[in-house]
Ligand binder design. Structure first.
Ligand code: LLP
Length: 418
């Protein structure tokens, strides 16, 4: 797990005091370290591009903040987008359509048309979607997401590649689908699979690659030469203090070796989301309340599952520390819980903390992936701000919503206004 430096007992993020950030921008607030973002991108790009032509398509569902997208655009990343909203956001951030690939699931004709009109390549998820696209945008560039029959992930809720999953072309239909796509006149560029998110071992990726390679060679037999294999995302990161990091260098070496030994494919595409943004960001949340029930001690903070839903939704572990008592000796065990009126609302269970008091700042680690992007206005709490830190300077990259934003798009019909 990533560690942070401190100065005089205060946690430092990107050279700036976490307490000053919380005071200046209010809490809860997501704080992203720009340099770490650049480093993560370069790490994964360098690991693979040593061996073969590599395209990193950042899975922007993990975090679509425009400033974060700008940094990755500058670094040379491409984009994996899952909705027209994500495609338009990335175009807005300055990505050209040729750097974006769209992989939707169960999408409407309207969305297919809108995506096709942007010029972004479509990675098809089903035979039905292919037939519909043939009407909407004949002869366009496409690839196919296949279901490799290999699944991996931190939770069953994010495991996607297993047989019978709702995603992709089932294995026994893949060759028939490529043959049909050729007949329909599509320009077929590649093959794609995504086994799931947050896996911690290399083996499932290799099992998936074996399946993809066999298919590439069968597809070649149809007279279709593919340009790329897209291995999806899913590279896990350590969330717990003693947890080991996945060896991305080993992953890259093994996968590119398999491709080069057994196929003519020249380009590997990856779609990491979590790996790129997860440890770039902490969520800062202020202690509002302390309660000792005799059974359990609670630290009540201003971020709940409206701000970070992962603990509640997936039982995910996020390390927490007191940013203003960094490295101090811990006194007792607490549950860190939020302001949402449900017992399932928690950030962390049974954590030792150094004498937490009202006003302290809790830093929630590894909040960059699927943190802000899954936040909501539940309990009518406005969505919080995002800040980026670079070289000791903190800048607002998203304003916190106001109370007015809560009812901005709502309409009271005339007959109810009296
Ligand atoms: N490619 C495709 C087609 C995907 O569906 C995903 C994630 C990715 C790439 C990126 O996966 P990553 O590298 O981030 O593991 N909300 C969950 C994670 C859901 C992931 C969905 N798909 C969480 O908070 O853990």
């Amino acid at each position: 797990m990533r560690e942070f430096p401190s100065q005089d007992g205060i946690m430092m993020i990107g050279g700036k005091s976490a307490v000053e950030i919380a005071d200046e921008f209010g809490t809860p607030v997501y704080v992203t370290d720009e340099q770490r973002l650049r480093e993560n991108y370069r790490n994964v790009y360098d690991a693979f591009s040593r061996f073969m032509d590599t395209r990193i398509h950042y899975a922007c569902k993990a975090n679509t903040n425009l400033a974060i997208l700008r940094v990755l655009e500058q670094e040379g990343a491409g984009i994996d987008a899952v909705s027209i909203g994500e495609v338009l956001t990335c175009l807005k951030a300055g990505f050209t359509p040729d750097r974006i690939m769209y992989t939707g699931v169960n999408v409407s004709d309207r969305e297919l048309r809108e995506v096709a009109e942007t010029g972004v390549m479509i990675n098809l998820d089903s035979v039905c979607e292919m037939e519909r696209l043939a009407e909407i945008a004949p002869c366009s560039d496409v690839s196919f997401r296949i279901t490799p029959g290999v699944g991996s992930g931190h939770s069953a809720k994010v495991t996607t590649g297993n047989k019978g999953a709702k995603f992709g072309i089932p294995l026994d239909q893949v060759i028939g689908t490529y043959a049909r796509a050729k007949d329909l006149g599509f320009n077929i560029k590649g093959i794609h699979a995504h086994i799931g998110s947050g896996g911690q071992t290399v083996e499932p990726f290799m099992d998936m690659m074996e399946v993809l390679i066999e298919l590439v060679n069968e597809i070649k037999g149809l007279g279709i030469d593919l340009e790329f294999i897209d291995m999806g995302g899913g590279i896990g990161v350590p969330y717990m203090p003693q947890e080991e990091e996945m060896d991305v260098g080993e992953l890259a070496m093994n996968l590119t070796d398999m491709i080069q030994e057994e196929t003519d494919i020249e380009t590997i595409v990856l779609e990491p989301g979590r790996y790129i943004v997860c440890d770039t960001t902490v969520l800062l949340t202020r202690v509002n309340d302390i309660k000792d029930t005799g059974v359990k001690k609670y630290v009540g903070v201003d971020a709940g599952f409206n701000t970070l839903v992962r603990p509640t939704m997936y039982d995910s572990y996020h390390y927490v520390a007191l940013a203003n008592k960094f490295g101090k000796a811990c006194t007792d065990k607490y549950d860190v819980v939020g302001p949402i009126c449900e017992s399932g609302d928690y950030i962390a269970h049974d954590r030792v903390l150094p004498d937490p008091r009202v006003g302290d700042i809790v830093a929630v680690y590894n909040a960059g992936a699927y943190g802000f992007s899954m936040s909501s206005r539940y309990n009518s709490r406005p969505v919080c701000a995002e800040v980026m830190v670079n070289d000791g300077k903190a800048e607002l990259i998203r304003e916190a919503e106001t109370y007015e934003d809560l009812w901005k798009h709502q309409i009271i019909p005339e007959r109810l206004r009296r």
